[in-house]
Design a binder for this molecule. Structure first.
Ligand code: PGA
Length: 304
């Protein structure tokens, strides 16, 4: 009988799925040498190569493919077992894993404090990733709940809007349009824009707005963080379109103006999303109820 540990299988599954040691290390919250060590021990125990590293790319060997499908099935049934156990224990104890898109970091953590005080036995893991990474996690059934700006069209899921998510045009405080009313879209279309990275839901929304109006989008710079974008706008590098949620913590920020542009704010919602047919745990259902009942805590613009 092989002596393989659960930890080794968990590491292997992440490496095989993400095709990268560093991304696996990041996801499991361990250092990369730990991933390499667990992979080496697993390899020794199995006695056949599981992966091939070509450049920095991970390829699965035939044995690796076999182990990957065994692991995925095993993790699935282990997840169901854990859920049954925590359901048997009721809402008093358990684990809740939520994956939420980057921009939700401005409000999601605020609901977690009150929720945890209400249910002290529940541990929460909140993964904050961009839209593409979140969809990847969803397709691998990695979390209980997902929070995002637009539910995916190509994955069967249930979604429920719970909070407004207006997208606004930001400019530096002394921009020529900063105090103008009723700005036409064509007046901002010629400006340089600072956009989030590819894979961001905010970026998709801006690209769609420009496409629908038939204007090319002039991209000055890409930045992977809403905070960095606000600083770049304030510094006069260009305009941007971001969720109003990004201004929540910074209402006093005086070096940025919200422009009054036709068609803006783009009114969107934040959605709670669960894969269709997913059996929700008692803990996940408790969180959804808590969020529905306490949404006013999060919403500076009035709840839905
Ligand atoms: P993002 O997603 O944080 O990946 O830009 C936000 C959204 O989908 O609205």
């Amino acid at each position: 009988m092989m002596r393989v540990t659960m930890r080794q299988l968990q590491v292997f599954e992440a490496v095989a799925r993400l095709r990268s040691y560093s991304r696996a290390a990041e996801e499991i919250h361990v250092a990369q040498p730990t991933v390499s060590k667990q992979m080496r021990l697993l390899h020794e125990e199995i006695g056949l190569p599981l992966i091939e590293l070509i450049g920095k790319k991970v390829f699965l060997t035939q044995a690796g493919e076999e182990l990957y499908s065994t692991c995925s099935a095993w993790l699935d049934s282990w997840g169901r077992f854990e859920q049954t156990i925590s359901d048997l224990k009721g809402v008093k104890q358990g684990r809740l894993s939520i994956a939420a898109v980057t921009t939700t970091k401005y409000f999601m953590p605020r609901i977690l404090g009150p929720f945890c005080s209400h249910y002290p036995g529940i541990d929460i893991a909140l993964e904050v990733v961009n839209r593409d990474r979140l969809l990847e996690r969803m397709s691998h059934n990695q979390d209980d709940l997902y929070v995002m700006g637009v539910p995916p069209e190509d994955m069967p899921c249930q979604s429920e809007p719970f909070l407004d998510n207006p997208l606004v045009v930001l400019a530096p405080q002394f921009h020529r349009l900063a105090t103008k009313k009723h700005i036409r879209f064509s007046e901002i279309a010629g400006e340089q824009f600072i956009l989030r990275e590819h894979g961001s839901g905010t970026r998709l929304a801006i690209e769609k707005a420009f496409r629908e109006r038939g204007f090319p989008l002039r991209v000055k710079m890409e930045l992977g963080s809403n905070e960095a974008i606000k600083q770049a706008v304030a510094g006069g590098l260009g305009l941007s379109v971001l969720s109003m949620s990004t201004l929540n913590l910074d209402i006093a920020q005086r070096d940025i103006a919200v422009l009054d542009v036709e068609g803006f704010p783009i009114m969107r919602s934040w959605y709670l999303v669960t894969p269709k047919d997913k059996q929700l745990s008692v803990v996940a259902r408790a969180f959804m109820d808590f969020l529905r009942n306490h949404v006013d805590m999060l919403n500076p613009y009035g709840s839905r």
